[in-house]
Design a protein around this ligand. Structure first.
Ligand code: NVA
Length: 372
C-alpha cells in the first residue's frame, strides 16, 4: 500500500519522522499524591508534603523554552510539528469512583497516545490525575480522523481508578518484600482492571514490546494483545526485574534502528526475554552512565537519572540527545548516527525527556517483520 498519502502511519521508533506532536508545559501542575503515585521532593533532610496546584511559572517557562527549541530543531529537519490544545490542569476531578485535587500536564504526550501503524490508540492511563489527559490531543485526533479516511482510532477502556484498583501498601513495603514482589512483577496496581500507559510500549514493526510495570498491569497487556494481534501485530511482555519502580519503557530499553537496542546497564532484560532479539541478530548496546546523578535531578522530578537515554530518532541515522549527555552522544556517533544535541534539562522536571515529550504521528516506512 502507498504510504505517502497517509497522515497517520508510524510502525517503529526510528523511521524518518514526518509529523510529530511536541508536548507543552503551559499550565502544568504538581503531580498529586494518590494511590498510584507518591511524589517526593528531592534533597530534603526531612520529608515534607509534596506541593499541589500549579507549578511555579518560572519552571513551566524554562521547560516551555526547551520544548520550543525542540519544535524549531524538528521543523528545521522538515518535520511537521503540532502542539497539544491548552487545558487548565488545576481543575480538580471528581468521578463516581475517585477524586483528585488537580491534574498534571501535557508535557509527555508519549505516556498517553500511541500510533500503531495506521491506528491511534489512547491508553487507559494508570493515575487519577492523568485520567483526562487525552483531551489535550482530541482536537488533533479529530483533525487526523477527518483528513485520513484510512486511519483507525481506538480508546482503551477507562479503569475505575477506585481505591481497590491499587495496592495501597505498595509504597511502604520493606525492601525484602519489594524484592520478592518485584520478581512476581506485582506493583502498585492490582490485576483486576485493564491498566496501561502508552509509554510502556516499544514499537518494532510487527512486534510490540510491552513492559509490565507500575503503570501497566498484566490485564493491560492482555487487552493490548487481544486488540493488536488480530491486526497482525505480535505483542511481547517484557520485564526488567532490577527496576524496583518500573514505569515507562523508554528510559530502559530503546530501539535505535532495525537491529539495535540501547539498553540500561542497571536494568537488564529478564533472563530469557533477550532470546528473540539474539535469534534475529539484534545487537544490544549498553548506555553509558548519565552525567547527572539521581541526587542532581530537578527538585520535583519523579524520574531517575536514566531519562538521559530518552532519545528521539529523526531517522535511522539522525538522533536527538540531551545537550549535556556527551558520553551517550559519543557512543551514538561511534555507531554511525548524526547526533543533534539539544538542551532539555528543564523538561526533566516533568519526568521525561525527548522521547516522552513527543508522540510521532507519521514516519515513513511500512510494517516490517524484524523478528521473522
Ligand atoms: N520512569 C523512568 C523514566 C521513564 C521515561 C525512570 O524513572 O527511569
Amino acid at each position: 500500500m502507498r504510504t505517502d498519502t497517509r497522515i497517520v502511519n508510524s510502525w517503529n521508533e526510528w523511521d524518518t519522522l514526518q509529523e510529530v506532536v511536541v508536548g507543552t508545559a503551559e499550565n502544568a501542575c504538581f503531580e498529586p499524591t494518590e494511590p498510584g503515585h507518591r511524589p517526593q521532593e528531592r534533597g530534603l533532610s526531612e520529608p515534607r508534603p509534596f506541593p499541589t496546584g500549579p507549578k511555579p511559572r518560572e519552571l513551566n517557562e524554562k521547560a516551555e523554552e526547551e520544548l520550543t527549541g525542540l519544535v524549531s530543531l524538528l521543523e528545521s529537519q522538515g518535520v511537521t510539528v503540532r502542539r497539544p490544545a491548552p487545558r487548565d490542569y488545576s481543575v480538580p476531578l471528581k468521578t463516581p469512583t475517585f477524586e483528585v485535587e488537580n491534574q498534571y500536564c501535557a508535557v509527555c504526550p508519549r505516556d498517553v497516545m500511541i500510533t500503531l501503524g495506521n491506528e491511534i490508540l489512547e491508553a487507559t492511563m494508570s493515575r487519577r490525575s492523568r485520567y483526562f489527559e487525552y483531551e489535550a490531543y482530541r482536537s488533533l485526533v479529530y483533525k487526523y480522523w477527518d483528513e485520513d479516511p484510512l486511519m483507525t482510532w481506538s480508546v482503551a477502556p477507562k479503569p475505575s481508578m477506585a481505591d481497590d484498583m491499587y495496592r495501597q501498601d505498595f509504597w511502604t513495603w520493606p525492601l525484602s518484600k519489594r524484592h520478592e514482589e518485584m520478581h512476581n512483577f506485582e506493583f502498585c496496581v492490582t490485576q483486576d482492571e485493564v491498566v496501561f500507559d502508552a509509554a510502556d510500549m516499544a514499537r518494532m514493526g510487527k512486534d510490540i514490546f510491552v513492559q509490565e510495570s507500575m503503570t501497566t498491569n498484566r490485564a493491560g497487556i492482555r487487552w493490548i494483545t487481544r486488540h493488536l494481534e488480530p491486526k497482525g501485530f505480535r505483542v511481547h511482555p517484557v520485564h526488567f526485574p532490577l527496576d524496583y519502580f518500573p514505569s515507562h519503557i523508554d528510559a530502559t530499553f530503546i530501539p535505535l534502528r532495525a537491529g539495535l537496542v540501547l539498553t540500561n546497564p542497571e536494568r537488564p532484560i529478564n533472563s530469557g526475554e533477550e532470546k528473540l532479539f539474539l535469534a534475529n541478530d539484534w545487537e544490544f548496546v549498553t548506555a553509558p552512565q548519565p552525567l547527572t546523578g539521581n541526587d542532581e535531578m530537578p527538585r520535583y522530578c519523579q524520574s531517575s537519572k536514566w531519562v538521559s537515554i530518552n532519545v528521539l530518532s529523526i531517522s535511522p541515522s539522525k538522533i536527538i540527545v540531551e545537550e549535556q549527555e556527551k558520553p551517550l552522544q559519543d557512543l551514538l556517533c561511534s555507531l554511525g548516527f548524526e547526533v543533534f544535541p539539544l538542551p532539555f534539562r528543564h523538561v526533566y522536571e516533568y519526568g521525561g525527556s525527548l522521547h516522552c515529550a513527543t508522540w510521532d504521528v507519521r514516519r515513513d516506512g511500512v510494517c516490517e517483520d524484524y523478528f521473522p
